[in-house]
Ligand binder design. Structure first.
Ligand code: 4AD
Length: 568
């Protein structure tokens, strides 16, 4: 007796074509899937190898299992046919792809075998190559040079490779490779960001052709020093212009190889040098105060605390207090040091670690301080405009830069409040500003952008400022303080005259709820020969953002630190 055909159940609504068993409890969704689950050979009628029952709802709402209708059977045959054709095509495609891959690999191997036969040798009959750098390379026109660097851009053509080499000396340099130079294994392997060494002859490019510095190097020998990956791990695939900010931050070490980041970092170095030169010219002495401290300068809320051999200590917020201690020995002093702020907000102008240029001057009055600040900023700007490298970068990144003119606008805090109200610049809650209010970042920026030139905002209310600021004589609720505001960034400098009187300083500690004991060394300055003095701190990244028209200070330092990020 023939064994009964297997019965498979199908329920279009409740069934599933993946993982179903074909039972009443676990039906398929389609007859085609039910049939294919048997893996039957194609030469038999589908319904000669199984029985398929589908669900039917009767008039009284009950369900029962019935045989496939005539139309259902036809649909099943067509469906199976279509599935079989699809499977056959996939198999054929797979075969074709496998064949193509094998052919490609064979071609690739043949090419490599062919390439391996070609060995580039440095030609001893040629004049010795002079070790050179991209910077200054036009001086070697018609000479043979040796260069080392990274492949910044690469265009492989049939008869030539055009490589733009970055040797990190400044300009890029175009290399032209031809003949045997593009037939070696290294030529096959060459990728963006590989390091290479080349020798070749420096030539002026033909009229009408464009290349950095108007020259190119016609390469006669070269080799890969360090090969960068190709394929999925290739440099150009890892760092893309439209990547989201978190990915870009993770890949900052690679982003720093880009032209814009390189230009900003180069400019930054020149800016720091310009500060040192400007201060050296007026005989200020540079000092390097400690970064690990046990006192705050700008209030406890932004202190980073750490365990210092079992005692609490902080990362410095400002070196100001230490600068004050050397006024009696060194006179005018400055430092360029990292400062740290545990800022709990993510704005475009706040970092957790920033480079702080700070100076302190003895025996001055408030006007002297403001004049000095103007002098330093305009001198630094002049120096950078005269510096060929810096001025070129400035032209490239901020072509509309207008050097600030002396004197800077000096705007009293109370006049600024008036300005904000007259120009409809509201507080965050939508109300008008009142004298005594802190001017929030957004309002300050709006005002600065409208005025569109550097502003020295002066004479802030005492209660808004730090414990050490000197009061204005006869107007004691206000201080001899200054913020320098720049368009597009806002505050770049905070400075003031300092309290010189012992009792006044003690009152300042008290007002701000600061225990004076840990500050004994700072207080001693008022005890052992006090003097009128003042100083300021300038945020280097903010000044750079203004100079180079960068959207955020994060672009203006090597590895920015802000809330949630302290890597790479
Ligand atoms: O106004 P601040 O807090 O002043 C001081 O620290 C004074 N003790 C400095 C002094 O008089 N020696 O900071 C000074 C400058 C600001 O104007 C700003 O440019 C920068 O430091 N700055 C920051 N830059 C980036 N990220 C932050 N979180 C910053 N906080 C301040």
């Amino acid at each position: 007796m023939a064994s009964p055909l297997p019965t498979l159940y199908v329920d279009e609504k409740k069934g599933s074509d993946t993982g179903a068993k074909g039972t009443q409890d676990s039906p398929f969704a389609t007859p085609v899937a039910a049939y294919l689950s048997l893996n039957a050979t194609a030469d038999k009628e589908p319904l000669s190898v199984c029985q398929i029952l589908t669900v039917k709802v009767t008039e009284d709402g009950k369900t029962e299992w019935v045989e496939l209708s005539g139309a259902g059977k036809k649909k099943l045959v067509k469906g199976i046919d279509a599935q079989r054709k699809k499977a056959a095509k996939a198999a054929a495609d797979g075969e074709r792809l496998a064949k193509e891959a094998a052919e490609t690999e064979a071609r690739h191997n043949a090419l490599r075998a062919e390439a391996a036969k070609i060995k580039l040798e440095e030609d001893p009959s040629k004049p010795a190559a002079i070790k050179a750098r991209a910077k200054g390379l036009p001086e070697y026109t018609d000479k043979r040079v040796r260069l080392q660097g990274w492949v910044h851009r690469l265009r492989k053509q049939k008869t030539n490779f055009f490589v733009v080499l970055r040797d990190a000396s400044g300009p890029l340099v175009q290399l032209v490779l031809a003949g045997d130079c593009i037939k070696t294994v290294d030529a096959l392997d060459l990728t963006i960001e590989s390091t290479i060494e080349v020798t070749g002859t420096v030539q002026k490019v033909k009229e009408g052709q464009n290349a950095p510095q108007g020259i190119e190097v016609v390469v006669d020998w070269w080799k890969i020093v360090g090969r960068a990956p190709a394929g999925d791990d290739a440099f150009e695939g890892r760092i893309q212009a439209d990547a989201d900010p978190a990915t870009r931050a993770d890949l900052r070490h690679l982003e720093l190889r880009g032209e814009t980041a390189t230009a900003v970092m180069r400019f930054r170095a020149r800016l720091l040098r310009a500060f040192r030169e400007a201060l050296d010219e007026i005989e200020f002495t540079e000092v390097t105060p400690p970064c690990m401290v046990q006192t705050s300068v700008e209030g406890g809320s932004t202190l980073f605390e750490f365990n210092y051999y079992g005692a609490p200590a902080y990362l410095t917020q400002s070196s100001q207090l230490y600068l004050e201690t050397v006024l009696p020995s060194l006179g005018n002093v400055y430092c360029i040091q990292e400062s740290f702020r545990a800022e709990k907000s993510l704005t475009r102008r706040h970092l957790s670690e920033y480079t702080h240029f700070e100076a302190e001057l003895p025996f001055i009055d408030f006007k002297d301080l403001l004049d000095h600040l103007e002098h330093v900023i305009t001198t630094v700007v002049d120096k950078l405009l005269q510096d060929p490298v810096a001025s070129e970068i400035l032209k490239q990144l901020n072509p509309g830069f207008v050097p600030p003119q002396k004197p800077f606008m000096r705007l009293d805090y109370r006049d600024a409040i008036k300005y904000l109200n007259e120009h409809g610049i509201k507080k965050e809650d939508g109300s008008d500003h009142e004298v005594g209010d802190d001017i929030a970042e957004a309002a300050e920026r709006k005002m600065t952008d409208q005025i569109n030139r550097p502003i020295m905002l002066i004479n802030f209310p005492k209660h808004l400022k730090s414990f050490y600021m000197k009061q204005i004589e006869g107007d004691e609720d206000y201080t001899e303080s200054v913020d320098v505001l720049m368009p597009n960034v806002g505050e770049v400098v905070g400075g003031s005259m300092r309290i010189s009187d012992f009792d006044e300083l003690m009152a300042g500690y008290k007002r701000e709820g600061i225990p004076p004991e840990p500050y004994y060394w700072f207080t001693d300055q008022r005890k052992y020969g006090t003097c009128e003095h003042g100083g300021y701190g300038l945020g280097v990244e903010r000044l750079l953002a203004w100079f180079l028209d960068r959207y955020t200070v994060r672009e203006c330092c090597l590895y920015p630190r802000y809330m949630g990020r302290a890597r790479p």
